[in-house]
Design a protein around this ligand. Structure first.
Ligand code: SF4
Ligand code: SF4
Length: 345
């Protein structure tokens, strides 16, 4: 499908969203007011009214992958004689997804469909969704450009880019569903050259800290014995798991059967887990990554050595969430610079 573009005003966009809310459950970025000003954060939540939506927003604390791979989900339930699978529900819309997060969906698509078993629970949610992206409000933590993840070519149905100061949006059409949705009144056809110019203009921000990724996978492998890097991180890192829990690309999970001895019901749950946590590597007889140093190094190796080996992509889209969430200011950009031995100005 050759890419087509449309243009729409903010008013028409809101009418469009209102109509979507009539047809689907819509989730989108909202401002989450905390008890004090500094605790305010943005989060993806169910949208019931248009004034909840934060069109311009920095990356949310928890990424929208939660709609395909929830923090906690029931896989099946049994009453001892039969199994019941949770119902999927109706098709839903995730509105306002940034380019880096859409690209993380593509990475998860590969991870959850690799090998002989495709992840049924992830796939069915992914297929049941409509993704509408929007351009980002980058922060000092963002390094998606260094990672080559600031643009989207697939993985979405529509993608909006604001024409600065004009209350107007370029709408990039990314699928047949998007094509159909963009027939909405007030969405007008626009020339490709103009649309591309607007999109390129929106990407003219500068990263506060950039990294070089050309030889990152190989350099990561070679850094394994570099005690200076990993010892220092082992001493600083608390092993709290925050960096993993907020990451749009992390995909490890735990599965537990919860039994009720009174009625013989069993519920099989899967929950996110983090390789930076002590209990992640606990097995019968011991723990195979007891030190924080080995756990943090494993997290880093996974993203920059194992992901590229397995799916030819880094397990990082440069969203910066892990930097913001780290209580002791560990910054993977600075580690990448040390690992590749190059500082990018
Ligand atoms: S590793 Fe950090 S910057 Fe990279 S995608 Fe995960 S949370 Fe974002
Ligand atoms: S968030 Fe920081 S302290 Fe916590 S596990 Fe990650 S790197 Fe370590």
């Amino acid at each position: 499908m050759s890419v087509r573009y449309k243009i729409t005003s903010r008013d028409s966009l809101f009418s469009f969203l209102k109509s979507l809310m009539g047809d689907y459950q819509v989730y989108g970025p909202t401002e989450n007011e905390g008890p004090v000003e500094t605790s305010n954060e943005y989060k993806f939540d169910r949208i019931y009214s248009l004034d909840q939506i934060a069109l311009r927003h920095p990356p949310t604390m928890i990424p929208p992958k939660k709609y395909f791979f929830p923090e906690k989900e029931e896989m099946l339930e049994s009453d001892g004689s039969d199994f019941r699978e949770p119902e999927l529900g109706d098709r839903f819309v995730i509105f306002g997804v940034h380019a880096c997060d859409i690209n993380s969906f593509l990475i998860l698509d590969k991870m959850f469909s690799k090998g002989p078993y495709s992840d049924y629970y992830y796939q069915r949610r992914r297929e049941n969704s409509i993704v509408i992206g929007i351009d980002c409000e980058p922060t000092e933590y963002c390094f998606c450009k260094s990672m080559g993840e600031e643009r989207v070519e697939s993985g979405f149905d529509l993608f909006l880019t604001e024409i600065t100061g004009e209350d107007t949006y370029i709408v990039k059409i990314g699928s047949k569903i998007g094509e159909k949705l963009s027939d909405f009144e007030g969405f007008e056809t626009v020339g490709r050259d103009f649309a591309v110019e607007v999109i390129e203009e929106s990407l003219k921000w500068k990263e506060e800290i950039s990294v070089e990724t050309r030889n990152l996978s190989e350099s990561t492998l070679q850094s394994f014995e570099n005690e200076e890097i990993w010892e220092e991180l082992g001493e600083r890192c608390l092993g709290c798991g925050n960096c993993t829990m907020v990451c749009p690309c992390c995909n490890c999970f735990d599965v537990k059967d919860i039994t009720n001895i009174r009625n013989h019901n069993v519920s099989r749950l899967r929950t996110w887990t983090a390789c930076t946590l002590f209990e992640f590597a606990e097995v019968s007889g011991g723990n195979f990554r007891e030190s924080i140093k080995s756990r943090y190094r494993n997290w880093f190796f996974d993203k920059f050595r194992i992901f590229p080996r397995e799916i030819e992509e880094f397990g990082c889209v440069g969203c910066g969430r892990c930097i913001k969430a780290c209580p002791v200011d560990i910054d993977p950009r600075l580690i990448i610079q040390k690992v590749v031995g190059e500082k990018v100005e």
